[in-house]
Design a protein around this ligand. Structure first.
Ligand code: UDP
Length: 426
């Protein structure tokens, strides 16, 4: 009958559905891992100046089903940022999060006053500037690293590389970088926002690289047996420029539960029910993956010629209109984007879905035999957990690096080879 002490934990994901879902899963893990403790999880949510997928229904359903999780919507910085004046999504997000820090400060104060002292503040790598806010309030702060342990090694090692060369990765091009514990990485395969050292996003990631080892700990969405060698190297501090790193906690694989759409079974799952076991190749490219019209046609031709069953998530090509660059793509017009008669000729063995498919459920379906993926880390984990082999077709962020790890180190994927000029895959 001892009175249970309330533990307060605050999570701070970067904007976007994928990051929010991973953080909520982390919150659920913390709650389930300590059933004997009374824990309240608070999640700080910011509204970015661009559309990154609707989160309101998801937040409402989590709030309704898990009373120990409370969401706090932080005010939007004013005056609002103009997305078109930023060179990249990453630069925009870093600035948005930087300007949100005063609200983070107020929110941390009010949560600790209304609840109990904050036991841990867990932040996404994009939210790195919030570390100075929580440090000033003496709150132990941890990072939640939503990519692989290998990618963490690379981030930690950025400072060393920065010191050893004056050139940008994009100019070093095919030069191989030797990072402790990793296979040699061509400089051009480093995460996209770090390719040009004159850009703001490079400096922001350098800040993360400096801050990560100063935190109370780094929580990684990976697991020991997936990357055992690199985990040892990172934990030994071999990737950090000066001194030891903070403790590393591999708590993955954290995967979104597959019933987020609630209720209605997606039509593609009903279609998969009618396909033979292990017969379908699934093509899906993350929350932001887009292809040119030419590339969409080439994919269609390849699928048709292969004779394989397929389930393909298609989006409209990227817009050329700068003012709409950060807007969600409109629904694709399949008749104008795909070759004449393609849908009709392949209708017995293929299904094209517009915009979005319930990926976790699809990968877990008995009919699915292979996954053509952009190598986003959540997609990789979901595929590994479902036991589905991959074809690696990286598009943005740290995906080129993930491809190397998947193909060369983990041997979980075959590479997709792009043409030297223009990157077209034929
Ligand atoms: N996803 C999905 N359906 C889609 C596209 C993506 O369910 O049509 C989910 C996918 O299961 C994964 C997340 O969105 O959980 C994408 O995360 P990932 O890290 O793979 O890529 P990102 O979107 O961050 O590039």
């Amino acid at each position: 009958n001892t009175q249970r002490q309330m533990e307060t934990i605050v999570l701070y994901p970067s904007p976007g559905r994928g990051h929010l879902i991973s953080m909520v899963e982390l919150g659920k893990l913390i709650l389930n891992h300590h059933p004997s403790l009374s824990i309240s999880i608070h999640i700080l949510v910011t509204t970015p100046p661009i559309h990154l997928g609707s989160t309101a229904p998801y937040i409402a359903s989590v709030s309704a089903t898990i009373p120990s999780i409370t969401f706090h919507h932080l005010p939007t910085p004013s005056p609002p940022l103009d997305p078109t004046s930023f060179p990249s999504l990453e630069a925009l997000l870093f600035e948005h999060l930087n300007l949100t820090n005063p609200h983070v400060h107020n929110s941390l104060l009010s949560i600790s006053q209304s609840s109990s002292p904050i036991r841990a503040f867990i932040i996404d790598v994009f939210c790195t500037t919030a570390l100075k806010v929580s440090t000033s309030l003496h709150i132990p702060t941890y990072y939640f690293f939503t990519s692989s342990t290998s990618c963490l090694a690379l981030f930690l090692y950025l400072q060393t590389i920065h010191k050893n060369t004056t050139k940008s990765f994009k100019d070093l091009n095919t030069t191989l970088l030797h990072i402790p514990g990793l296979p040699p990485i061509p400089a051009s395969h480093m995460p996209e926002p770090t390719l040009d050292r004159t850009k703001e996003s490079y400096s922001s990631f350098m800040d993360s690289s400096t801050n990560l080892p100063k935190s109370a700990g780094i929580i990684v969405n990976s697991f020991d047996s997936l990357e055992p060698r690199i985990l040892e190297v990172v934990s030994d501090g071999l990737c950090v420029l000066d001194g030891p790193t903070s403790p590393i906690f591999c708590i993955g694989p954290l995967i979104a539960s597959n019933n987020q759409s609630g209720g209605e079974v997606h039509q593609c799952l009903k279609w998969l029910d009618k396909q033979p076991s292990k017969s379908v190749v699934f093509l899906c490219f993350g929350s932001l993956g887009l292809f040119s019209k030419d590339q969409l046609k080439e994919i269609a031709v390849g699928l048709e010629r292969s004779g394989q069953r397929f389930l393909w998530v298609v989006r409209s090509p990227p817009t050329q209109d700068q003012s709409k660059y950060f807007s969600p793509p409109p629904d694709p017009d399949l008749d104008s984007l795909l070759p004449d008669g393609f849908l009709d000729r392949t209708k017995e063995r293929g299904l094209v879905v517009k915009q979005w498919a319930p990926q976790v459920a699809v990968l877990g379906h008995e009919a699915v035999a292979g996954f053509v993926t952009h190598c986003g880390w959540n997609s990789v984990l979901e595929s590994v957990c479902a036991g589905v082999p991959m074809v690696a077709w990286p598009l943005y962020a740290e995906q080129r690096f993930n491809k190397i790890m998947l193909v060369e180190e983990l041997k979980l994927a075959l590479p997709m080879n792009e043409a030297e000029e223009g990157g077209l895959v034929c």
